[in-house]
Write a protein that binds this ligand. Structure first.
Ligand code: GLN
Length: 281
């Protein structure tokens, strides 16, 4: 089999075939494009077929390739972590609005997974002090490796990684901004049987019968880990905006607001612990 025949087939899945062929041959797009007659070695052909078979069985392309783009950065991903979503880029964008270069509050990223949020912030604001926690040791190892790759090029404090179930191992530490994309899918949600979700860690997706358990526990505990004026920004499900706002209010937050994702559905809710001081000119 040569490159041209390996890529033949349904135009709708051609991009995926090309990416899997790149992985199987350890070559890039330009190399493949310029060598349509290149004959795959038996080992390359076998790897390519295995990857195609696994993809046909539904395995996410990001896990097969072992990488995914988030906020313009390439991150390694494994089945130990959620595949970073574009919705979560909205959380980073919201955080960056608050973390102006002259207002670099210490940040906490809860449930960092691949490290996506923490690393994106680090790249955008290298001088930020960022702590990232995850309860899963394999997730934390991956996040550390991802961070090492990007940190090498930047001047600034390295991201501090802590193995912790939410705030549990953070003692009395306080932060200026807490961010999380926690699990928020309801157990029993039919979407769990579809697409990439079938292969992602349940612990990163599901949180109780309504999907609110993790959101609730983070919102309730956050005030003890925020400086006065500090803020909490969370990603949540499309139908959880009202429930989140009520939880923020019950925990004493002010300036509570919900923002939509690019699809126009509620996705992010945030609030400040106390009213922020008036903006100065
Ligand atoms: N956004 C993901 C989904 O519904 C869920 C991610 C999460 O639970 N944090 O596909």
């Amino acid at each position: 089999m040569n490159v041209a025949t390996a890529l033949q087939g349904d135009p709708g899945t051609r991009l995926e075939r090309r990416l899997l062929l790149e992985a199987a041959t350890h070559q890039n797009h330009a190399w493949l494009l310029s060598r349509p007659e290149y004959r795959l070695s038996p080992a390359e052909a076998a790897t390519y077929h295995q990857l195609l078979t696994r993809r046909a069985a539904g395995e996410p392309i990001a896990y097969l390739l072992g990488r995914h783009q988030f906020y313009g950065l390439e991150l390694a991903v494994t089945p130990a972590v959620l595949i970073p979503r574009p919705e979560t880029e909205g959380l980073v964008a919201w955080a960056l609005e608050q973390l102006t270069p002259d207002n670099l509050l210490p940040v906490l990223d809860l449930g960092t997974g691949s490290g996506a949020i923490a690393i994106a912030l680090h790249v955008q604001r290298p001088k930020l002090s960022i702590t990232a926690v995850d309860v899963s040791a394999p997730a934390l190892a991956l996040a550390r490796a991802n961070a090492a790759r990007w940190q090498a090029t930047l001047m600034g404090p390295p991201i501090v990684f802590v193995q912790s179930h939410w705030f549990e191992n953070l003692g009395t530490q306080r932060f200026g901004l807490i961010l999380a994309n926690p699990p928020y899918v309801a157990e029993g949600d039919p979407h769990l049987k579809e697409g990439d979700l079938r292969f992602e860690p349940r612990s990163a997706l599901c949180a109780g019968p309504k999907g609110l358990d993790a959101l609730q526990s983070i919102i309730e505990q956050a005030p003890r880990h925020l400086h006065p004026g500090g803020a909490l920004l969370l990603e949540h499900g499309y139908d959880q905006g009202a429930a989140c706002r009520a939880l923020f209010e019950a925990a004493g937050f002010k300036k509570i607001s919900t923002r939509p994702d690019l699809a126009g559905t509620d996705r992010l809710t945030g609030g400040s612990l106390y009213p922020l001081p008036p903006e100065q000119d």
